[in-house]
Design a protein around this ligand. Structure first.
Ligand code: NDP
Length: 457
């Protein structure tokens, strides 16, 4: 019999917390989980899943247009935002129910409450007005959209949390940022018929990606009519002409809009949960500092997922949660492997990428070979769309190993999941070359790139 109420108490029922809790319970631990909002966390409730529904919705507009060249006429087509939001919400409710059921079926107790740490073994449940104790505590509180509060009028803007429940679609949107969320929502809003202006402080959007991806996505955004303003920031936002906003930029210009959408990053959710009181070390961004086993600076307190600011992706949080449960409740010390994690940006067209960007590879390896191609996909020949596909392989010239693959184009996210298996397994360029192409597909170009790319001087 343990001296605590629980063997494990998890704060936050998102992807990482739920996976860790379920596995620990399956291994025989007595598990409690507190969630202040909705079980499922950012990914299910107000992140990846609802976002993907909006992405699907926004792709139809382009589809109707493309269909004309194939003989279809789609006159009188209309779009209803409220129908989309209602159907999306129904599906999110269904998934939320599944997450709750799965936790309960594993034997975990769920508390609908904000939880704070009183000491390293005691959690206070605010909604219940009582404390519970636990041998181990897992902090899986995720992250939240960050807005720049130094900008006057910053609170006149919305974030991705709000975007899933707008009363109506604005006619004009200004998006701040050049990362995942900015690019994805710029494309969603544009695809649904809004005028979109994206304001980015740097030169190249998606700057953590391979430069060819940044350039390609930038030009695809412009091609579809998204205005991209770079190297400037918001100076202030003012209420203007009723419910509209005037955004003043540091370059001296201003933009009038119906909605300002902040997408300038997310912040680990560590405020006010008592971590400082028990000596859990945080980094400069407020993320929980952890070791390779997700253990914090306090021996019995662990953290997984976005709250640790390692790689803020759902499948990573899930794996970190699983590794934690293996380590702490199955006597099997397990480290998360962060190599060759595939990533996607659900822009239009989407991005799929795995491994080293060219600039990273040139830094890490002596001899790098680049293969790349840029073409109009077959489907666009009849539709008349000028959208292009980019594919790029980064190869270690010494071992012939493919260490990076980057795709912008229809199906990129789906393709990269499969390519990632091969890249993770150590595939060589020769093995790509030996693979017979599947014709006619976009993906076949991945195995038909023969010429090394040499930059023109
Ligand atoms: P990102 O880190 O991707 O992008 C943040 C953007 O905001 C960057 O362009 C950054 O500029 C800019 N920025 C930061 N601070 C300021 C500032 N003070 N003023 C103006 N601009 C600023 O964050 P996101 O919020 O888009 O996404 C958060 C994380 O969520 C991602 O890193 C990703 O891990 C995850 N995510 C994944 C998705 C997917 O898998 N498809 C989708 C959505 C999110 P700069 O480039 O100059 O730093």
């Amino acid at each position: 019999m343990t001296e605590f109420d629980y063997d494990l108490f998890t704060i936050g029922a998102g992807s990482g917390g739920v996976r860790a809790s379920r596995l620990a319970a399956n291994y025989g631990a007595k598990v409690g989980v507190a969630e202040e909002y909705r079980v499922g966390g950012t990914c299910v409730i107000r992140g990846c899943v609802p976002k993907k529904f909006l992405v699907y919705a926004s792709e139809f507009g382009r589809g109707f247009n493309d269909a004309k060249g194939y003989g279809w006429s789609a006159n009188g087509v209309s779009f209803n935002w409220n129908t989309l939001i209602e159907n999306k919400d129904n599906e999110i409710d269904r998934l939320n129910g599944i997450y709750i059921r799965n936790l309960k079926n594993a034997g975990a107790d769920i508390f609908q409450s904000r939880a704070t740490l009183k000491d390293e073994h005691t959690v206070h449940l605010e909604a219940e007005g009582r404390d519970v104790t636990a041998g181990k505590i897992l902090v899986a509180t995720g992250g939240a959209p960050w807005t720049d509060s130094s900008i006057p009028g910053h609170d006149l803007g919305v974030t991705s949390n709000d975007a899933f429940h707008l009363d109506k679609l604005p006619k004009h949107v200004v998006v701040a940022g050049g990362g995942y969320i900015a690019i994805e929502f710029a494309c969603i809003f544009k695809g649904l018929g809004c005028d979109v202006c994206l304001v980015y402080r740097g030169e190249d959007i998606l700057r953590y990606f391979d430069t060819d991806i940044s350039v390609q996505v930038h030009s695809e955004l412009k091609r579809q009519g998204i205005r991209v303003v770079t190297q400037t920031k918001f100076e202030k936002i003012e209420q203007f002409d009723g419910d509209n906003k005037r955004v003043h930029l540091t370059n001296g210009t201003h933009i009038d809009t119906n909605m300002v959408f902040w997408a300038v990053g997310r912040k680990p959710a560590t405020d006010g949960i008592g971590l400082e009181n028990v000596g859990v070390a945080l980094d400069q961004k407020g993320a929980v500092k952890v070791d390779e086993y997700s253990k914090s600076s306090v021996d019995n307190i662990y953290a997984v997922g976005d709250v640790t600011d390692r790689i803020a992706l759902t499948p990573v949080a899930i794996r970190e949660g699983a590794a934690f449960a293996e380590t702490c409740f199955n006597n099997n010390p397990t480290k998360m492997d962060y190599t060759f994690i595939p990533k996607a940006v659900f822009s239009q067209p989407p991005v799929g990428t795995v491994g080293y960007a060219e600039h990273e590879a040139r830094h890490e390896f002596k001899n790098i070979d680049i293969y790349k191609t840029n073409f109009r996909a077959m489907k666009n020949m009849l539709s008349g769309s000028e959208e292009r596909v980019l594919m790029k392989l980064v190869v270690d010239g010494d071992s012939d190993r493919v260490i990076g693959c980057h795709i912008v184009g229809d199906g990129a996210a789906e393709m990269i999941q499969c390519v990632a298996i091969a890249v993770k397994a150590g595939v060589t360029k020769q093995q790509f070359d030996e693979t017979v192409a599947l014709h006619p597909t976009i993906a076949e170009e991945l195995v038909t790139m023969r010429e090394k790319y040499t930059p023109r001087i």
